[in-house]
Ligand binder design. Structure first.
Ligand code: HEC
Length: 467
């Protein structure tokens, strides 16, 4: 009996050494080079996430069987049998996993951790299998239990790395209470690179790459040797070199790939993911053409809508309700609440007033001025004198002066209106010079100059970049 056990152990030892050597040498013989290889490798490799559950289940069962087996010899025998099976299952799973990474050309720190975890695990299970007969014979009472415990810890860690690859880095810890996260040293947010906060790159380019490319081109998973999750890495490029040539979108492989026909093998984002939107492609093109800087705040040819200003709430006008009602009766104008929330202010409408409405009537509204957020003075008889009154409408956000006798004299008085975002001067006598005084108004987004001397030759459409 003893000699038969010895013989099988010797046979196992002979089989194990080459097995361990192969496992350790695998990543060096077939290096994960970031290139995708034969299709069959990926085809088979994709069974890895499924197959992996088999060795996990078996390995977790072994300690239970061993403990029960102390009093039930049949279960102890079963433990040995299952351990043998789990050697094969672990080796098979590692092979599938390696095929998956090698075949698809996936690299990255988490891939590397997971790979070495799997390889060490296979070696650990093999070692357990080798030393178990000695433990059963009572030779080494501690070696096997300790090895098995290590294998189980390693199993836990390797599974976690694998989970991070499929579900994302913080899948397990995402919903952990903040106190526990602090205690465990887990940061809520991965460390981000220092960005020039209002640069075109930070505001426009990075979010596009983040939403469409990071799943395959960031720290956890690196396809094609390319990482896009920092400016430095983006500029460094992938396995075939730089992907961005500043100033030359046509020579930048990143730009070329996002503009290929979606069914092209080299199209990005790959794997049937939705193509970038035309304006996103246009922004990337304009950004590369302008030098692909991480600091520039504007890019030639692109006019972007600025982030909406946070509007200051308007004071409560409810105390003036009676006076407003009175005014509306006598002046044939209306002051319409924007919403039921008085903080949202009033809209001054002159529609029924029309041409009868003039500067003098506007001046009478001074009392309501601070509550008016929008003044619809188009097609009325107001003149440049209206700016004196309007300058006191401190919460004014939109001002319509289209088709009035305005010439732009005194337009500078509007400079005090910090909330003004919209100004319509269509069809008035304003000139380029008179409008230029508004250049310093940071929040003024929409200025309409159609049919005026100040009208730009070819007005750039807001938000739509020119290609
Ligand atoms: C589903 C995974 C996936 C997504 C998403 C993805 N890529 Fe790729 N990318 C790959 C793979 C795989 C390769 C390597 C094979 C190849 O060259 O086609 C690659 C290679 C590249 C390369 C070539 C790198 C080099 O040096 O050879 C560029 C450039 C690139 N991707 C850009 C992008 C951009 C930009 C996005 C987002 C708009 C994106 N990718 C999204 C999988 C992806």
């Amino acid at each position: 009996m003893g000699s038969r056990a010895d013989a099988s152990r010797r046979w196992l030892a002979r089989f194990s050494l080459p097995a361990i050597a192969t496992l350790v040498l695998l990543p060096f013989l077939w290096k994960l080079d970031g290139q995708s290889h034969a299709d069959w490798q990926q085809l088979i490799g994709r069974f890895h996430p499924l197959a992996v559950h088999l060795p996990i289940g078996m390995l977790l069962l072994i300690p239970l069987l061993e403990i029960r087996g102390l009093s039930h010899p049949a279960l102890r025998e079963a433990a040995g049998f299952i351990l043998g099976l789990s050697v094969l299952a672990t080796l098979g799973t590692v092979a599938l996993g390696y095929l998956l990474a090698y075949g698809s050309g996936t690299t990255g720190v988490t891939v590397t951790y997971h790979m070495w975890g799997g390889i060490s695990l296979a070696i650990g299970v093999l070692v357990c299998f080798l030393i178990r007969p000695g433990w059963v014979a009572g030779e080494f009472p501690l070696g096997y239990p300790i090895s098995l415990a290590c294998v189980l810890l390693l199993l836990l860690w390797t599974c976690h790395q694998g989970g991070s690859l499929t579900h994302g880095e913080n899948y397990l810890t995402e919903w952990l209470p903040d106190e526990l996260k602090t205690w465990a040293g887990i940061k809520n947010e991965p460390v981000k690179e220092q960005l020039v906060a209002d640069s075109f790159y930070a505001l426009q380019i990075r979010p596009i790459l983040d939403a469409n490319c990071y799943s395959c081109h960031s720290q956890t998973k690196v396809k094609g040797g390319l990482r896009l999750d920092s400016y430095a890495r983006l500029m460094r490029g992938g396995r075939s070199g730089a992907v961005i040539v500043p100033g030359r979108p046509d020579q930048s492989s990143l730009f070329k790939r996002i503009t290929l026909p979606p069914d092209d093998k080299k199209f990005m984002p790959s794997d049937g993911k939705p193509p970038l939107k035309p304006e996103q492609i246009a922004w990337i093109k304009a950004w590369i053409a302008a030098g692909a800087s991480d600091a520039a705040t504007t890019v030639a040819g692109v006019t972007l809508r600025r982030k909406p200003v946070s509007l200051r709430p308007v004071g409560d006008y409810s105390g003036l309700a009676n006076q407003i009602a009175e005014l509306e009766k006598t002046q044939s104008i209306s002051l319409v609440p924007v919403s039921r929330n008085s903080g949202d202010g009033l809209i001054l409408q002159t529609i029924s007033g029309g041409r009868k409405f003039n500067d003098a009537q506007l001046a009478q509204l001074a009392k309501f001025g601070p509550y008016i957020v929008e003044a619809k003075l188009g097609h009325t008889s107001v003149t440049d004198a209206c700016f004196d009154t309007l300058a006191t409408f401190t919460n004014l956000r939109a001002l319509h002066l289209e088709d009035t006798a305005i010439t732009g004299q005194g337009l500078a008085k509007l400079n005090s209106l910090s909330q003004l975002t919209y100004l319509n001067l269509t069809g008035t006598k304003v000139t380029g010079a008179s409008v230029a005084v508004l250049a310093s108004m940071k929040n003024l987004e929409h200025v309409y100059l159609y049919n005026t001397a100040a009208q730009p030759a070819a007005p750039p459409a807001k938000g739509t970049p020119k290609l």
